[in-house]
Design a protein around this ligand. Structure first.
Ligand SMILES: [Zn+2]
Length: 270
């Protein structure tokens, strides 16, 4: 289901609008918290006034149910209210879905607790043992040997294990995809970071950054993020051409992306 609605209604020319009001053209976005009464219920939303040319009115709702309206400076209050009213049922339905979605999990780091790894769930098997703490995967289990079995100690053991796995897997997938895409001349430099709100990024200089937590998602989702960033080496934007490139490289990416979005809230926390 799409989570963005464009009204298709183009705004009037912004330059005329500002000329007629004797205003200079603002060049910054302006954000504002608002509420509207819809069928007896109050809906909170963020209104983002944007100076960009050709920007249509649009409505977005994110995975946590937060609503954002993007509008050109020239859009009237009436247009904005009318759009919210028109999509009222859709908005409330999406908010209900968001409320049903599992929130971030609280990890206890106890025996048998299952932790996500590359689309699987591995059960912790904790054994108190003297010597250097160790964590290794054994089939469907994550074997932990440690003198300290407190949650904090296990959390940091698990976190460095995730990082090592992420380094190995991401580098391998990056090499694989780099060799298949003809605009990628050499394997770009890769950095890993633990991020809260995004899976990856690509700098103008062509350096890739991937979220360590992506290692919890399944291999198709990992490929989707890597291919996305590699496509930015060719198209440094999210234009139609960019998405066409994505389609040609990885035809199933939209499904994987959607799965990743759905799991995001859970996977982005540890
Ligand atoms: Zn992007």
């Amino acid at each position: 289901m799409p989570n963005v609605i464009n009204t298709g209604r183009r705004r009037k020319s912004a330059s005329n609008f500002f000329k007629s009001k004797g205003l200079g053209r603002p060049n910054k976005e302006r954000r504002e918290q608002r509420a509207i009464e819809l069928a007896g219920r109050s809906l909170n939303y963020t209104l983002v006034r944007s100076p960009r040319r050709h920007r249509k009115l649009s409505l977005q709702i994110n995975l946590t149910g937060a609503v954002e309206v993007r509008a050109p400076y020239a859009a009237s209050e009436m247009d904005i209210d009318a759009m919210l009213r028109k999509h009222r049922d859709w908005l409330f339905e999406r908010q209900r879905e968001a409320a049903r979605r599992p929130g971030p999990r609280e990890w206890r780091y106890c025996n048998g607790e299952r932790h996500p790894f590359m689309g699987e769930e591995l059960a912790l098997k904790i054994q108190r043992r003297q010597g250097r703490p160790r964590l290794e995967r054994c089939g469907g289990e994550l074997l932990v040997h440690s003198a300290n079995t407190e949650a904090d100690a296990l959390k940091s053991l698990l976190s460095s294990w995730y990082t090592r796995q992420a380094q190995t897997v991401f580098s391998e997938r990056l090499r694989y995809w780099s060799s298949r895409l003809d605009w990628v001349e050499s394997v770009p430099p890769l950095r890993l970071r633990r991020m809260r709100s995004r899976w990856g990024s690509c700098s103008r200089e062509g350096r890739l950054c991937l979220n360590t937590r992506l290692i919890k998602a399944d291999p198709d989702c990992i490929d989707t993020v890597i291919v996305h960033e590699l496509c930015h080496l060719q198209e440094f934007n999210h234009s139609k051409a960019f998405y066409q490139l994505m389609d040609s490289v990885l035809p199933g990416w939209r499904e994987h992306q959607q799965r990743l979005d759905e799991m995001g809230v859970t996977l982005l926390r540890d």
